[in-house]
Design a protein around this ligand. Structure first.
Ligand code: SIN
Length: 517
């Protein structure tokens, strides 16, 4: 009888993991609130892959490294960039209708931090939606994948330190248990923030389940803020914050301050790559520029017919708000978008709990370092989703964690503050927005720690806050005004594990450089 793997999550990573298992001869039970749900269908820009004639996985690797601010796990980035073209071929075979040039070749967009056009997209800026729809069609037609749509997983079952299955509950209250190796593909936690491009359901649930099961977490202080989310009240938008894809800047979109100045091209906030600088830099520049008034994304100088044809979904989303994508000044501000940290994982999705695997945003392989390169997230779901599915089927053991820990040191525990009784979801979102946003400082982080309790969503929010408190430097998406520079001694991961003091471990590349020195 073939082995059964439990996959939790019905987005791009979960479905990719499930298909990998089924294609390798295994059986899958896929548990999800909704097949094709989560953040994946909200992804606009596309999938990065070196498929253009002027490009190479090496160049993609170098761009990934440069964006990650010294913290990228180089082995993970090699895997990501080298396996990317094969995973795009899988998506084409699954029927994803990627946009094409008139000659039939894949249309390649540009986004921040990329030195080549390598963003493969579908429906203009509806790439995630097309990918999950095509994958869902294949998943639902695969006899060896049973989809359970509706139940929530309430716990990872463990025995003698191993994951043995999951406990779940159906909406009508009936509960159950499933046994087998588990792949968590439940997404990240940016939806915990009040102002977020994610749905509120992307609230770190899977990270919390892994924490309760004893898995080590890494790098949760690194929350990425997308620079250009529409700056209108959430109630008007129908979203917490409506994403205006970075691909708009790839097509020439400019950022203007309240005086109409291109502040990323000139003045004290300027950067050599202007609007196409890495995301952390653009988000901080917008944050500071907004201190003098609203900031706008403008496409007024680009051919309006081109913009309307390239981004039909955004034209349609903005129209009911009375905005014309091509001709209006679009007010923008950063919004929580993605978390680079998550459940620590090796290159095959194995966590520190044998039998528990992770893939997609829930995982922290270190591939994004301190700041993810645009459009590497859907790619991560495809590359590491497949790897995690196969590893779960084969029972691969976690590799590298103990070595990493042995290279590191224990850190002090929480500041000695009583956490209060816990706050509601809305208040939690406000705390994260105000105290753990684009710009942080000691007082704000300590206040957050004092207000976030160790229960429900507070568990993951506290891990973000504790990581931010411990990391006394600024690097990538984590910027502290009281420690405004990167510090070489902090070039490593902060590991948090239930019942143990937090730990700091230098990244592999830093160790190698040290050995060479
Ligand atoms: C975007 O379209 O700007 C988001 C894509 C990403 O997060 O990589």
């Amino acid at each position: 009888m073939s082995k059964r793997v439990i996959v939790v999550g019905g987005g791009a990573a979960g479905m990719t993991a499930a298909l990998a298992v089924a294609n390798a001869g295994g059986k899958v039970t896929l548990i999800t609130s909704a097949i094709g749900g989560g953040s994946s269908p909200w992804a606009q820009g596309g999938v990065a892959a070196a498929v253009g004639p002027d490009d190479s996985p090496d160049q993609h690797f170098l761009d990934t490294l440069a964006c990650g601010a010294g913290l990228v796990d180089e082995a993970a980035a090699r895997v990501l960039t080298e396996e990317a073209p094969a995973r795009i071929a899988d998506l084409l075979a699954a029927g994803v209708p990627f946009d094409r040039e008139p000659d039939g070749s894949l249309a390649l967009g540009l986004e921040g931090g990329h030195h080549r056009r390598r963003i493969i997209h579908a429906g203009g800026g509806a790439t995630g939606w097309h990918i999950v729809r095509s994958l869902a069609n294949v998943v639902l037609a695969t006899p060896d994948i049973s989809v359970l749509e509706g139940p929530s997983v309430t716990a990872i079952r463990t025995h003698a330190g191993r994951a043995t299955g999951v406990e779940l509950v159906w909406p009508d209250g009936i509960d159950g248990v499933l046994e087998g190796p588990v792949v968590l593909a439940t997404g990240g936690c940016a939806g915990l923030y009040g102002r977020s491009t994610n749905p509120g359901t992307v609230n770190g649930g899977g990270i919390g389940l892994a924490w309760q099961a004893g898995a080590a977490l890494a790098d949760l202080e690194f929350v990425q803020f997308h620079p250009t989310a529409l700056d209108l009240p959430a109630a008007d938008m129908g979203h917490k914050a409506l994403l205006l894809t970075e691909a708009l800047r790839g097509e020439g979109g400019q950022l203007l301050d309240s005086r109409g100045r291109r502040f990323l091209a000139e003045g004290p906030l300027a950067h050599p790559l202007a609007e196409l600088a890495p995301r952390d830099i653009v988000a901080r520049a917008i944050h500071y520029a907004r201190q003098d008034g609203p900031v706008y994304l403008s496409l007024r100088h680009v051919d309006p017919d081109h913009i309307r044809a390239r981004f039909p979904n955004l034209v349609a989303l903005l129209k009911p708000l009375g905005l014309d994508l091509a001709t209006d000044l679009l007010p923008v501000a950063p919004a929580a978008h993605y978390v680079m940290g998550g459940v620590w994982s090796d290159l095959h999705g194995a966590t520190t709990v044998p039998g528990l695997y992770v893939a997609g945003e829930v995982a922290c392989t270190g591939v994004h370092g301190a700041n993810r390169l645009a459009s590497n997230s859907l790619l991560e779901c495809l590359v590491f989703g497949r790897r995690a599915g196969l590893a779960a089927l084969e029972g691969v053991q976690p590799d590298g964690f103990d070595d990493m820990l042995n290279r590191g040191v224990a850190l002090e525990a929480d500041p000695p503050l009583p956490a209060d009784e816990g706050v509601s979801g809305a208040a939690l979102g406000e705390i994260l927005d105000h105290n753990l946003g684009v710009i942080r400082d000691e007082a704000g982080i300590v206040e957050a720690l004092a207000r976030l309790a160790e229960d429900g969503n507070g568990v993951v929010a506290r891990r973000i806050a504790l990581g931010a408190w411990l990391r006394r430097e600024s690097r990538g998406a984590h910027f502290r005004v009281d420690y405004p520079e990167p510090v070489e001694a902090w070039r490593g991961r902060i590991i948090q594990q239930r019942g143990q003091p937090p730990h700091f471990a230098p990244v592999r590349a830093a160790v190698a450089a040290g050995e060479r020195a």
